[in-house]
Design a protein around this ligand. Structure first.
Ligand SMILES: [Zn+2]
Length: 540
């Protein structure tokens, strides 16, 4: 049985092989037949469009044939804005898409921020809107209208402009303020009305009219000859040029700047130490009038042998600054009897330095020569209760090393350094006027005088960190009383408010909005810019 099965298998396999060979033969000879294919179905893609909260889209999409162009548009609801597409970089609200794949887009919206605009106004005018809540990006027009008697100064805050009408783009919370200001009113009286009487000239200095007859001239070119002296017991060890450097250029610069170039100092140095006849301690220091006169006369006659004094205007004796016996350098104010003569020239005043030159430096000379020109001391002689309680660190006549050494406007007026056009002389009523910084070379009003009596005036000036006052720690309006019945070193000028414990007076500077009442006057600082302070004065 097994045998037969095997035989059958062989036969069957043989048959298959045969058949197979026979099929290959048949194909290799038959012609190729092309069978026609059916048209393919067109491809389709899906477009999906959606919107975030705050807006809608023109279509939600669907199924489109490949290559179809579809335009989708995003629209924001009120209070919202379109910001772009998720799925596309375009920020255009309208997007045209060509379908060649499945695509998904989402229109993005956000809430538009709301900001508060606040519009305020100073006294003296109105504004077209007080502001409110605005969507970001809103442009708001605001108009300022001044009341009668006021002018519009400008907008401050979010807008800096002097235009009456401005457009403001709301991009954040903003505040703007319309500033109005009283219009200038009133005119200055003739300056003579504001000249104080000279109650009493002591030591040849004072702040009234007429000025001291023998005062040194303070306007124009002034040649000052410097005479250097030493002693057998205190021979000079410094060379003259080193000592001269105390004054050069500090002293002449001070006069140029304080006088607005109305006074021009030229120093002439006699290049020699003159030996005085006595030892240093045999001279009285501080001197009395007579010993002072003889000290200065001796120095002048020593130098006269070498120098022609006929062409100079003034002489100053520089004592060996290492001679400690001469504690300070006072000014000598002479007259028709007490004076100095050389080469036919009469000098009615002079001064000599002392050991304190090393402390004060060159401005010592300015202080003493300003005495020779007739200005009094403004610090408190004897220091009771304080040395600088009258004018603090203002004016070189108050404190040589003070932070504001420029002279008071009133002192400058005495010296002929302020013109009538720079002075506002008030008499009665109400005025609104501007004052420019005292230290400025600009033209404009630099001093307001408010007369109180024949010997008393209130003075208003504007002090700023400029020129000689560059180290002043604060700026503002200074008000002070000039009283010609008070003598040198006793408070002939006193800053208001009076406070003898305040030896600096920087806190006395008035600012915008400050009101000071003194005697019958009310002084209000209305406003200031870099260039001026506007002041309103009322006399009741
Ligand atoms: Zn003095």
């Amino acid at each position: 049985m097994k045998f037969y099965f095997f035989l059958f298998s062989v036969c069957f396999i043989s048959l298959m092989v045969f058949y197979s060979c026979s099929a290959e033969e048949e194909e290799s000879v038959a012609p190729v037949v092309q069978t026609p294919q059916p048209e393919p179905e067109p491809l389709e893609y899906t477009l999906t469009v959606s919107a975030t909260e705050g807006g809608t889209v023109s279509t939600e999409g669907g199924t489109y044939e490949e290559g179809t162009e579809v335009t989708i548009t995003a629209s924001a609801n009120e209070g919202y804005r379109f910001t772009g597409w998720e799925g596309n970089n375009s920020t255009n609200e309208s997007l045209t898409i060509t379908l060649n794949s499945n695509q998904t887009y989402q229109a993005l919206f956000e809430l538009i921020p709301i900001y508060t605009l606040t519009v305020t106004t100073s006294e003296g005018g109105t504004v077209s809107t007080e502001g409110g809540e605005y969507e970001e990006g809103t442009e708001v027009t605001i108009t300022a209208t001044p009341d009668e008697g006021y002018e519009f100064v400008g907008w401050t805050g979010a807008i800096e402009s002097a235009e009456l009408e401005v457009q403001l783009l709301v991009s954040e919370a903003k505040e703007v303020n319309a500033v109005f200001l009283k219009i200038l009113s009133g005119t200055s009286e003739s300056i003579q009305l504001c000249e104080l009487e000279n109650y009493h000239i002591e030591r040849g200095v004072g702040l009234g009219y007429p000025r001291y007859d023998y005062s040194l001239k303070s306007v124009g070119n002034l040649k000052i000859t410097l005479i250097f002296v030493d002693f057998d017991d205190e021979p000079a060890s410094r060379n003259i040029n080193d000592v001269y450097n105390y004054f050069n250029p500090v002293s002449s610069d001070f006069f140029s700047k304080s006088s607005y170039d109305k006074l021009n100092i030229e120093f002439e140095v006699i290049d020699k130490w003159y030996r005085m006849s006595k030892i240093s301690s045999d001279y009285l220091s501080p001197p009395d009038g007579s010993s002072h006169h003889s000290y200065l006369s001796e120095a002048l006659s020593l130098a006269d042998k070498d120098y022609d004094f006929s062409t100079t205007d003034h002489f100053v004796v520089v004592t060996n600054p290492d001679a400690k016996h001469f504690v300070n350098g006072p000014a000598f104010q002479g007259n028709s009897y007490w004076n100095f003569q050389a080469d036919g020239k009469i000098f009615y005043s002079s001064t000599n330095s002392g050991y304190d030159l090393n402390y004060w430096g060159g401005l010592w000379l300015n202080h003493e020569v300003l005495h020779n020109m007739g200005l009094p001391d403004l610090y408190n002689y004897g220091g009771d209760p304080t040395w600088h309680g009258f004018v603090g660190e203002f004016s070189i006549m108050g404190l040589i090393s003070g932070f504001a050494p420029d002279l008071f406007a009133y002192e400058k007026w005495m010296l002929g350094w302020l013109d009538e056009a720079e002075i506002f002389c008030f008499e009665n009523g109400n005025v609104v006027t501007d004052i420019i910084p005292l230290e400025s070379y600009s033209e404009g009003s630099k001093m307001i005088i408010l007369p109180i009596s024949d010997m008393e005036s209130l003075i208003i000036e504007n002090r700023r960190a400029l020129n000689l006052d560059q180290n002043i720690p604060d700026e503002g309006v200074l008000v002070y009383l000039v009283d010609t019945s008070i003598l040198t070193g006793k408070g002939t000028i006193e800053i208001i408010p009076k406070d003898k414990s305040d030896e600096q007076k920087k806190n006395a500077l008035l600012k915008k909005g400050d009101v000071l009442i003194y005697d019958n006057y009310q002084i209000e600082v209305l406003f200031n810019t870099e260039d001026f302070y506007r002041i309103e004065i009322t006399k009741n």
